[in-house]
Design a binder for this molecule. Structure first.
Ligand code: MN
Ligand code: MN
Length: 392
């Protein structure tokens, strides 16, 4: 081949390759998928011979404490595998408030464990919404939207926050007192059309948990009057009927199909009776973050290449399963257990092992495992989802 012909040939091949790649990417996009995985750059924490730990004892950690309020976090700092999701356990004492702040790098989803909470959130259209929450309720604040959380009534409240970014941290959290405390008074005076003296006595450092009077039972109207957003930030998860009920347990689930504003997080509450199992499954489109509300569980994780790991979790522990990794949850205690699960997707997807097997002809299964076809006739013909102690 002459140099000229070679050049022509290579150019033609390169053009063809580029066109093919572009067409492929385009068809992937058309299906609504995220194409970033096609780079398939191995995550160093997941490409070793063995799987790393995927458990962290969140409630045993100290966290940030002010008075009787605290915030304990699980980010990549505490649980390196958890790159896609971070979580915080927060308790606020009566009269205290998690001050006005926003998260630059994550949306916030929450589940109230106990007590009552009030939130006010602002959106980029200037709409604000105030909501009151009881145990079992959920909120969602899109990335960057300013909000505050305060304890209602005379009992403390506690809730679990889930963020759709494992690198979420205090450095990605912007508090109003921190900002105002570090801006010159002359700038603030011009900004608000007030004398500089109006800013005398403002906190100079971040307040984080502000403490004052117990809020009024009925929220007061905002300075600007009522200007409500089109979509609510509140969802009463445990007020709904479970979407799945079995002899061995039940599950509540909420994603954007039921709670439209929650476009990046799905929440699940899973109850398992002693000995029961949420079967082997995986999530094609999401990482999973687990928090044990009560009971004792064994979580298994399958990471390909013969890599398999099990962790035992108790009340207050968290676990993390990367996107696409096989896993299961089994109640190994003597009492019922309850697990809060967050997935970083607005549309829930899962494939259960029993369903996968049921979706194949017996001859395929017989050949795959080198076992008699008759054996596979005995396998479940539909999704198991939750198996009880006897495997029923
Ligand atoms: Mn927040
Ligand atoms: Mn799962």
């Amino acid at each position: 081949m002459s140099n000229f012909a070679r050049r022509e040939f290579l150019t033609g091949a390169a053009v063809l390759a580029a066109a093919t790649t572009a067409a492929f990417l385009k068809s992937e996009e058309a299906e609504g998928g995220d194409t970033s995985f096609m780079n398939n750059v191995p995550d160093p924490s997941l490409s070793g011979k063995d799987l790393p730990t995927f458990k962290f004892a969140l409630e045993k950690s100290e966290g940030k404490v002010i008075g009787k309020s605290f915030g304990k976090e699980a980010t990549v700092e505490q649980l390196p595998i958890s790159k896609g999701i971070a979580g915080v356990s927060m308790r606020i004492e009566p009269g205290a408030m998690r001050e006005l702040h926003w998260h630059a790098t994550a949306a916030e989803w929450a589940f109230v464990l106990e007590g009552r909470v009030r939130t006010t959130v602002i959106d980029p259209h200037g709409n604000s919404e105030t909501n009151d929450f009881n145990a079992g309720d959920v909120w969602f604040f899109p990335r960057g939207h300013g909000h505050m959380l305060e304890c209602l009534g005379n009992e403390p409240c506690q809730f679990i926050l889930i963020f759709d970014n494992g690198y979420f941290s205090e450095f990605g959290t912007f508090s109003i007192s921190d900002w105002i405390g570090h801006a010159p008074k002359s700038l603030l005076a011009k900004n608000f059309g007030l004398p500089e003296s109006a800013f005398n006595g403002f906190p100079k450092e971040e307040v984080y948990f502000a403490r004052g009077a117990v809020p009024p039972e009925k929220p007061a109207t905002p300075l600007q009057g009522l200007k409500l957003p089109p979509q609510t930030h509140k969802y009463e998860l445990l007020e709904q009927a479970p979407h799945a009920e079995f002899k061995g347990g039940r599950e509540w689930r909420v994603d954007s199909t039921r709670f439209p504003i929650s476009t990046t997080i799905t929440g699940v509450v899973l109850d398992l009776e002693p000995g029961s199992l949420r079967e082997l499954h995986w999530h094609p489109t999401a990482d999973e973050w687990q928090y044990v509300i009560s009971g004792k569980i064994s979580v298994s994780m399958f990471g390909s290449h013969g890599r398999y790991r099990t962790e035992e979790l108790e009340k207050g522990d968290v676990a993390y399963i990367p996107q696409g990794y096989g896993h299961s949850i089994e109640n190994i205690g003597s009492t019922p257990c309850r697990i809060l699960i967050g997935l970083n997707t607005g549309v829930y997807q899962a494939i259960d092992l029993s369903q996968w097997i049921a979706g194949n002809p017996v001859d395929v299964l017989a050949t795959n495992f080198g076992m008699p076809a008759a054996l596979f006739e005995k396998f479940p013909k539909k999704d198991v989802f939750i198996a009880d102690q006897q495997g029923r």
